[in-house]
Write a protein that binds this ligand. Sequence first.
Ligand code: FE2
Length: 376
Amino acid sequence: METLVADKLKQAAQVDFLPLQGTDYVEFYVGNAKQAAHFYKTAFGFQSLAYAGPETGMKDKVSYVIRQNKLTFVLTTPLRADNEIADHIYKHGDGVKILALKVEDATNAWEETISRGGKSYLQPLTLKDENGEVILSGIHTYGDTVHLFVERKNYTGAFMPGFRKWESSYNPAETGLLYVDHCVGNVGWNQMDPWVKFYEDVMGFRNILSFDDNDISTEYSALMSKVMSNGNGFVKFPINEPAEGKKKSQVEEYLDFYDGEGVQHVAIATNDIIETVTELQKRGIEFLKIPNSYYETVLDRVGKIDEDLQPLQELGILIDKDEEGYLLQIFSKPLEDRPTLFFEIIQRKGAKSFGKGNFKALFEALEREQDLRGNL
Ligand code: FE2
């Protein structure tokens, strides 16, 4: 299977008309950005980076930018009703609006994607201040979600023009979060293949792995998933679609509560998952509970690992392997009141896959939560 992944990445690299340098930032539209920033700093160890609002000439919204290593979040809230941000929050609750991708040339990225059928969100726009310039452009993807292309090679300021450096006297310690490993989108019935085609045709991505309902079904819920990767493998977007099961699919529950398609989870890399998750749990982040029985047989499936099993079991960390190595992963409970967006924390030790061997244990855990909400 993994040779296949390598081959497909090679194919994608050959047709890379949209060279991406990685995820630039993830922007959330939230009901209260001040409180959200405090939460992400306190619970996840993000550091204050930049601020925009009325004081910086932004009259209708406020944004806080927070960072931990290469992971940058922007938390944005509207200051009044009757605008696109307020409407987004009313409909979806707090959620991801923008998956921003770092590029060498944002004008070229826009032209290449638009000429291939992308729907424009933002024509190339140059923002300038005394620290240089940032060029932004953007296209729509599933639901109300957007990909912005960010060209910042000629910018030396904290974040981008319109923002000022945010210095805070409250600086909780980091928790070892490094960068976005992948971002998963949930799309509607029969919409996975059209969106796979969008990422192939418009953005030059390739489908590197697929899971169908035989791989991913438990007694009740089922889903299908295809992993899309750009040419250099820096950006990976798995796409999920609900599948028919005995009861309501977890993807369907998401679509109901998000009121449409959107980002289901952001997977964040760490180099020491035991340390990171220990700290996150200490700070109040809740994760899905995995039954003890999972740990009785897991090493038979994955073989020898460097870590002791006991802390993994205590924390509820899952283990999977592929031909290139293994990975450790854990999934948080939803980060909002609606059962929508959650985070995955992942430590890769060679493995390039996504934890297929854990799907059954994981989905049974998810279904227990879904059942408690009366949505199964
Ligand atoms: Fe994931």
